[in-house]
Design a protein around this ligand. Structure first.
Ligand code: ZN
Length: 137
């Protein structure tokens, strides 16, 4: 399989997923703050269904933050454990919907994927700011 190029939308979406989770969803290791204070350093954005599938490439329910070691384990060696996690996280029906979404053809649209990923990230950052204001007020 040829290498899959990382697009601007992927980089933004990855930031969103890692900031949303803030820790490895397998071993619970926390992400270290990056230059903007987001707890994402040391975490990777793992796609349950790989990035080749445009239907789920930028789907928040398809992706979780994992540390490098756990990404290696769930990404290649222990797919069954990864699948079980996804089912417990999304529920049986949520997982079925994700499978359908992955099997549904979706045209590549880099501009919309970037806009959507940016909106998800901006929304998350706004929630973090609002939460910080509440606990420091
Ligand atoms: Zn881990």
């Amino acid at each position: 399989m040829p290498p899959i190029r990382i697009r601007r939308s992927d980089a933004t979406f990855s930031r969103y997923v890692r900031a949303r989770d803030g820790k490895c969803m397998r071993c619970k290791k926390l992400g270290e703050p990056d230059k903007d204070g987001l707890p994402i350093t040391g975490l990777q954005c793992s796609h349950y269904f790989g990035r080749a599938g445009n239907g789920t490439r930028h789907e928040p329910n398809n992706c979780i933050a994992l540390c490098f070691g756990c990404h290696q384990i769930w990404g290649s060696n222990d797919r069954e454990a990864y699948r079980n996690f996804m089912i417990s996280w999304l529920g049986e029906n949520g997982f079925k919907l994700l499978v359908i979404q992955n099997n549904t053809y979706k045209r590549k649209d880099e501009v919309m994927a970037y806009i959507r990923s940016k909106a998800l990230l901006d929304d998350l950052l706004a929630q973090r700011v609002a939460h910080h204001k509440r606990i420091t007020a």
